[in-house]
Each structure stands twice: as C-alpha cells, then as structure tokens.
Design a protein around this ligand. Structure first.
Ligand SMILES: CCCCCCCCCCCCC/C=C/[C@@H](O)[C@H](CO)NC(=O)CCCCCCCCCCCCCCC
Ligand SMILES: Nc1ncnc2c1ncn2[C@@H]1O[C@H](COP(=O)(O)OP(=O)(O)OP(=O)(O)O)[C@@H](O)[C@H]1O
Ligand SMILES: [Ca+2]
Length: 500
C-alpha cells in the first residue's frame, strides 16, 4: 500500500509532520517530490496534492511525511512513484503552444510563472513553442509536429488559439487515418491526443465551461492529474466546401457584428467586446434569411429542461453511446425531418456548449451539453431594442433567456442558413408574396430610418473568428475531441475533506 495524505500512515514508517488535519481533493496524491533532507535517523518527504478552493479553483498543497530511516523513506517514495507511473491517464510529455498576443498579452508570463513550475514539480516534460504569427500552431500541428512523442497538447491563449489547435489536430488525425476532412458527410475520426487549455485570452469560454473557472493554476492541475472530458465539434461547410470547426458559439447577426467591430479595437484588450457590444446593441441591425434544421431525436435532454452539464454528465454518456451505435448501424442523420424557418433575425446563435464565461456565468444556452452530439440553435427574431435588452440581461441573471415570444431554441444535429440575398428565385418569390409584392425593400428602409437602408448580411462569429461566407451548412460531430478537464464539478467551494 502506498501512502497518500488521505490515509493515516502506519506509525512505524511515516506520519504527517504537520499537526492537525489536512484538506485534500479526493485525497489523491498528485505529485511526489524527492526526499529533501536527511537528519539523524529522520527522512523528510514532502508530497504535493490538490486542494479544492472557492469557485472551482484548485490549488497545489503539500504534506510532509517523516520516516525513521532512509530505507523506509525510499520504500515509500518508490511505492508512490510506482503508483503514479501505473496511472496511464497522467501525461508525461506535452507539446505546449503559447499565444503571446491573445487577451492582455500575458500568455508567456502566465505560463512561465504559474504553469511551468507545476509541470516541473510533477515530472511532466514539455516542448514549448511561442507562436510567431496567427495560424502558426495550426500549421505546425497539421504538418510538422511529431505527435507520437507527446501525450497531449497544451494551448496557452484564448478561444481563438484553442480553435487553431483543434483545427490542426482534427485535420492531422483525419489525414493520418485516410479520412477526407473536407467532405461534409464523412464520419470523422476522433482525436486521440487530449488538449489542455491554460486561459490567457479575452473570453476563454471553452476553459470556463469545461472547468468552471478561468484560472491557469487550476487548468495546469487538471492537466497534471490527467483528467479527460470529451467535446462535440461542429463542422461548417459552404457549398460542400469545408470552412471551419466550431466548439462553442457560432453566431450570426449580433455576435457576428460584435466580433467584426471588436477586431478593429484589439488594442483595447478584452474590453473591446463590451464597447463593440454596446455599439452593436445601439445599431440594432436585423438580417433576413432562412434557417433549416434537423432536430435531435431520441436523445436525452432539451434546451429548456433546466439541466446542467456537469462532471460525469449522464446525458452526454447516454447520447454519446446512442449516437455511436447509430453510426455503427450506418444510419445517417439525413433520415430525420428537416424544418425550415424564414424570417428577420437580430441573432442566430448555435451554442454547442453552454458558452458560460465571466460575462455570462450560465452562458448563452445554460442547459447545453459538452458532449451530447447536439447544438442549441437559438433564434432571436427582430424585436425592439428594449426587448433585445431584456433578452441580453437574462444572460447575466437567473431568468430564462428563452422565455420571450421573439426567442426560440431548438436542439439540433445539423442546420443550414441562407441569407436572403442568396436565396433561390423561388424562395424570393415566396418572400415577395408574403411581403405584399415589392414592399419588402421599402420596409427595410422604414425599419432603419437613420441610415435609410439595412445591411443585407452580417458575418458568422465562429468561436471568435470571422467566417468568410454567410450561407453555411453545419453538422455536429459527437465527442470528436478530448480535453484535459472533467467538466464543472457539482461540489461547491470551500469544501475540504479532512484527514484524521
Ligand atoms: C446589459 C448587459 C448585457 C450583457 C450580456 C452579456 C452577454 C455575453 C455573452 C457572452 C457569450 C460568449 C460566447 C462565447 C464566444 C466566444 O466563442 C468568442 C471567442 O472568445 N467570444 C466572443 O465572441 C465575445 C463575445 C462578447 C460579447 C459581449 C457582448 C456585450 C453586450 C453588451 C450589450 C450592452 C447593452 C447595454 C445597454 C444599456
Ligand atoms: N504570435 C501571434 N501573433 C498574432 N496573432 C496570433 C499569434 N498567435 C496566435 N494568434 C492569433 O491570435 C488570435 C487571438 O488569440 P486568442 O484567442 O488567444 O485571444 P483572444 O481573441 O484575446 O481571446 P478569446 O478568443 O478568448 O476572446 C487568434 O486568432 C490566433 O490565431
Ligand atoms: Ca453539445
């Protein structure tokens, strides 16, 4: 039996030096440090472990054992090392990409000061690359990186940087497995390497929604203990041509416009989103188009069931199993019934996870799941500024943001969007008839008296990157990637397990 701070150690061999009780997470030994000093007949052996703090934060703590002889100390050390080595889920070698440019430009400092010392203490070796330009990490992963040498990839940056990493990894996995990554109907191969996120961006919603906090030390500890959390990925195509993948928010209208405007203000750091958000709220543009979607059927959960995706989520386990069985039976998602909605929208958002972040702690779709093979399609129809503000405010309160007449939400496996100006002649004809022949254009101008005309189209905000096309086809790939995370834990802050 190997000692851990959780068990009272046998008196004759080893016992905590510190008097009183010790707090520990599940009381699992995280690291082991070597014997640091030897006095006459006493060997001191500090062992590091994880301690839970407030609001899902983890901290590294230490307990020191003393042994009467060097030999018994070495036996304890060897025993613990053996136990840790036998744990296959803990990474030993990691490929680390640092974006020195994201968020407040602190990525390098955060990694060097807060994360690297923990990796070193845990005996995790690293190969660190500080990126020199946008898409450096993506291209390195696609073509150069010797992935067999590593047990995982770590991304130091924000959602955009994480997006680069998964683009590189997913592409590489498909090419290595002879799967065509560009084909919209292809069943993609899941990536075997896990990705760790050290938050150093502006929103960091993927980290927040999978860990419960944006804290570099907590994320580093989740990587060290070898946590694993599967995640859905949406593939986005335009006319059968691959555009991008998305794991969090795919937003047209409001969030697309906020992103486009905020890119010009990058020098402001994370505050750019608030300023652009206010500006776009006041601008109040709506966009016309057609949304078609394939509802998710036969699965557990709905977008308004009040459930929350948490560590060990049964909905994700159940739906993941169901969808993989479906794939084995060669059933395609095409056999369901597509539905179509035509209209004027302030925002069209697809949230593949809750998209919780410090700005919106419960997220855009609080009941969305990380790994259930679906995305929540949220349609905010044209409404007054006052009503839109009511909807936005509910992202920050306990009230249901979908309980409004101009908002609807559907849990879907696939969807398509066609902006009005791209619609086929027959669709346009239908529109004209619906709008009393020809009055549609003057209608738009009446709705925007300040400028006299409305923009015909917005852009898609795809995990914080702007998409080049507006007409898109989106498909969810269930559990395509894995993170060094465990989902948000139910256990609340401050709770410590006491060692007697
Ligand atoms: C009145 C307060 C309303 C507050 C409403 C806050 C809603 C915030 C919802 C945030 C959802 C983030 C989803 C994640 C998206 C990421 O993939 C992406 C890349 O990191 N981040 C953004 O696009 C960054 C998107 C950032 C959007 C910020 C929007 C701020 C809106 C402010 C509206 C002010 C109206 C004030 C009227 C008096
Ligand atoms: N060395 C670099 N120089 C310039 N841009 C880079 C570099 N490395 C990565 N990038 C790009 O920087 C962009 C922003 O990075 P990141 O997502 O880390 O920060 P952010 O946008 O501030 O945060 P968030 O996405 O969480 O809102 C990404 O699009 C990424 O491709
Ligand atoms: Ca999902």
């Amino acid at each position: 039996m190997v000692p851990s701070p959780s068990t009272s150690a046998p008196a004759e061999t080893c016992g905590p030096v510190l008097p009183g009780s010790v707090c520990a997470v599940k009381l699992r030994c995280v690291f082991l440090l070597k014997c640091v000093s030897r006095r006459v007949c006493v060997c001191v052996c500090p062992v590091s472990y994880v301690e839970r703090g407030r609001q899902h934060r983890w901290r590294c703590a230490q307990v020191t054992f003393t042994c009467p002889t060097e030999a018994s100390c070495q036996r304890w050390v060897a025993g613990i090392r053996e136990l840790l080595a036998a744990n296959a889920s803990r990474p030993r070698r990691l490929l680390v990409y640092i974006n020195p440019y994201g968020g407040k430009k602190q990525g390098k400092r955060i990694y060097e000061q807060k994360v690297a010392p923990l990796f070193a203490r845990a005996g995790v070796s690293t190969h660190v690359i500080v990126t020199e330009y946008a898409n450096h990490a993506r291209d390195h992963l696609r073509t150069e990186a010797e992935l067999k040498q590593f047990d995982g990839v770590v991304c130091v940056g924000g959602d955009g940087m994480f997006s680069e990493i998964i683009h590189g990894l997913i592409w590489r996995t498909q090419v290595d497995g002879s799967v065509d990554p560009g084909c919209p109907d292809e069943t993609l191969s899941p990536c075997s390497l896990r990705v760790g996120i050290i938050p150093a961006g502006s929103t960091d919603c993927i980290c927040f929604a999978t860990v419960g906090t944006n804290d570099p030390v907590t994320s580093a500890l989740h990587i060290i203990v070898g946590d694993s959390q599967a995640m859905d990925v949406c593939s986005i195509h335009h006319n059968n041509t691959f555009l991008r993948y998305s794991v969090s928010l795919l937003g047209y209208g409001f969030y697309g416009d906020v992103l486009t405007d905020s890119e010009r203000k990058r020098w402001m750091g994370p505050a750019r989103y608030d300023l652009s958000g206010l500006k776009m709220f006041l601008t109040h543009h709506y966009y016309e188009g057609t949304v078609s979607y394939l509802p998710a059927r036969g699965i557990l959960g709905t977008p308004r069931d009040g459930a929350r995706c948490r560590s060990g989520c049964v909905v994700c386990q159940h739906n993941g199993q169901l969808l993989s069985e479906k794939a084995e039976r060669y059933e395609t998602e095409n056999d369901g019934e597509w539905r179509t909605i035509r209209g004027k929208f302030l925002a069209i958002n697809a949230a593949s996870m809750s998209c919780a972040c410090p700005r919106s702690p419960k997220g855009l779709s609080p009941a969305a799941h990380l790994a259930d093979g679906t995305t929540d399609l949220i349609l905010v129809r044209k409404c007054s500024r006052f009503n839109f503000l009511r909807h936005l405010l509910r992202h920050t309160s306990k009230d249901d943001q979908f309980d409004l007449t101009f908002v609807e939400v559907h849990r879907v496996r696939r969807f398509r969007f066609t902006p009005r100006h791209c619609q086929s002649d027959s669709d346009l004809e239908l529109d004209l008839r619906e709008n009393n022949k020809g009055q549609i254009f003057s209608q738009i101008c009446t709705d925007h008296p300040a400028c006299g005309c409305a923009p015909a189209y917005s852009s898609w905000n795809c995990d914080g990157e702007i998409l080049t096309h507006t007409a898109i086809d989106v498909r969810v790939h269930c559990q395509l990637i894995k993170l060094f995370a465990r989902g948000i834990e139910e256990l609340e802050s401050g709770l410590c397990v006491t060692v007697t």
